[in-house]
Design a protein around this ligand. Structure first.
Ligand SMILES: [Zn+2]
Length: 478
């Protein structure tokens, strides 16, 4: 089974497959935890989740890493202005993010490293770059990457070389400490930021004095820590191409001498709201909480987020989410009818969803083909509804209904659509239960079954049941 996906670097749709023939190693830039994630963030994370599910169904054994940025200008600014520790602030937003992800039915990454817990790895990477002569220390003690030492700089976004030439004259007087900047200001970027008064207590000790790593560095250090120096795919929103991903490529490939840092680059296009760019001033950076307050389910939002092709901007509107909600409802009604025809119940469908391999797609074959051909989620959704019409109008035997239902379970698993969304609407899993469930899952995966059972009992005592799948688990109220 071949999965094809557009690669930003080569500008081509390419086959993706694990290069070590064991697992498909991929890294996605995660959330900066200084506030709730908005629907634009969730578009990217949901599409990455769909990709992971397709890889899983195809037997390509995905290994998914997504970081948490818990040290940067924004998180530190918030910690200082609220007078709370950076850890306290970032943990609060991380918990909210996790709860949102669970409601949106996203599989948790296999590892979710935090920048603040990988400072030694980042310091080591800076030392390597200094030793290779592609980084230097400025007068204030900060360390910069010298982009003129990396001839391929700009290859991902195909930056104009002339544009670069005039901008790389950074010297000791040049103080570009911003983590984010525009193409017009291409310049040496900071790997290490020397401690400043407004950093408060948020600093670490390095061979170059007190300070903290620059934002771009963490993704190189953590992806290489967990996936090796060259891996299969790197994902993120299109806005991360420049400068973030260019900088990741430059520092990683210079440090290791291995090319490429990532073999495939997967970017999703912007989300716009009512035809306008999302912005704080327009008040249209909606969160999941705000969408739910307007009466929609998390599943309707998920449906909407995958209803456009990932390479095209998606226009979020409330008419669109109304349509998504009714499509989900239609899917749910259809599944209930099919189940009752063959005397099966909802739980049977859920267990079919968790069996994630198949070679019989029945009437859903075109829906699956759309997914593996450049992740064409809108075509997949269209094909699902055509298949439902065919199934309804054909005179099928019980066996044929069962096999089509199984294919439908797989395709809804691939899209991460939980058709029983109305029931899910009222189920909010408390944080303490989620934490216990996470502990149990970790214990189970490390084969400590006694510990896992202990957690299961604790979870049950609190009124919740854990249902295990191959790749994840579900929490259901008793
Ligand atoms: Zn990143």
């Amino acid at each position: 089974m071949e999965i094809k996906l557009y690669d930003t670097m080569t500008r081509k749709v390419k086959r993706i497959a694990p290069t070590d023939e064991k697992r498909f190693r991929f890294y996605c830039c995660g959330l900066t935890v200084y506030g709730p994630a908005h629907i634009g963030n969730f578009r990217t994370f949901t599409l990455q989740d769909v990709l992971r599910r397709i890889l899983k169904i195809s037997g390509l054994n995905p290994y998914h890493i997504r970081n948490i940025t818990d040290v940067d200008d924004k998180t530190i600014r918030q910690s200082e202005s609220k007078g709370k520790s950076l850890k306290k602030i970032t943990e609060k937003w991380t918990d909210i993010f996790h709860a949102d992800c669970q409601e949106l039915n996203m599989l948790p990454p296999h590892k979710e490293p935090k920048a603040s817990e990988h400072i030694p790895q980042q310091i080591k990477l800076i030392s390597t770059l200094l030793n290779k002569g592609c980084a230097y220390q400025a007068k204030d003690g900060s360390i910069y990457f010298k982009i003129s030492t990396f001839p391929d700089y700009g290859k991902l976004t195909q930056l104009d070389r002339v544009e670069l030439k005039t901008q790389t004259d950074a010297n000791d007087n040049h103080q570009n400490l911003a983590d984010e900047y525009e193409k017009e200001t291409v310049a040496d970027f900071s790997l290490w930021k020397a401690r400043k008064a407004n950093d408060g207590n948020n600093y670490w000790v390095s061979p170059w004095g007190e300070g903290r790593p620059g934002w771009h560095l963490e993704c190189s250090a953590m992806s290489m820590e967990y996936l090796g120096e060259s891996f299969d795919l790197h994902g993120g929103g299109i806005d991360l191409c420049f400068p973030h991903h260019e900088n990741e490529i430059a520092q990683s490939e210079m440090a290791t001498g291995i090319k490429p840092f990532s073999k495939h680059w997967f970017h999703s296009a912007h989300l716009i709201v009512d035809g306008k760019k999302m912005s704080k001033s327009l008040g249209n950076m909606y969160t999941l909480e705000e969408i739910k307050l307007k009466g929609y389910t998390a599943m309707a939002l998920r449906y909407l987020l995958i209803s456009g092709h990932y390479r095209q901007p998606l226009n979020f509107t409330f008419n669109g989410i109304d349509a998504a909600q009714s499509a989900i409802n239609k899917l749910e009604t259809f599944i209930y009818e099919m189940l009752s025809n063959i005397k099966m119940i909802k739980e049977d469908f859920i267990s079919l969803q968790l069996e994630t391999s198949t070679d019989d797609w029945g009437y859903l074959d075109k829906a699956w083909e759309a997914l593996i051909n450049d992740l064409n989620t809108p075509a997949c959704l269209g094909n699902i509804f055509s298949a439902l019409n065919k199934i309804s109008s054909a005179n099928l035997t019980t066996n044929e209904i069962t096999s089509n239902l199984k294919a439908l379970a797989h395709i809804t698993y691939a899209l991460g659509l939980d058709p029983f969304s109305k029931e899910q609407k009222t189920v909010l899993v408390p944080n303490e239960i989620r934490k216990l469930a996470e502990e149990r899952w970790l214990a189970k995966n490390s084969k400590d079954f006694i510990k896992a059972d202990k957690f299961r009992d604790e979870i049950q005592a609190e009124g919740w049941q854990v249902h295990d799948g191959k790749d994840t688990y579900k929490l259901v109220p008793l």
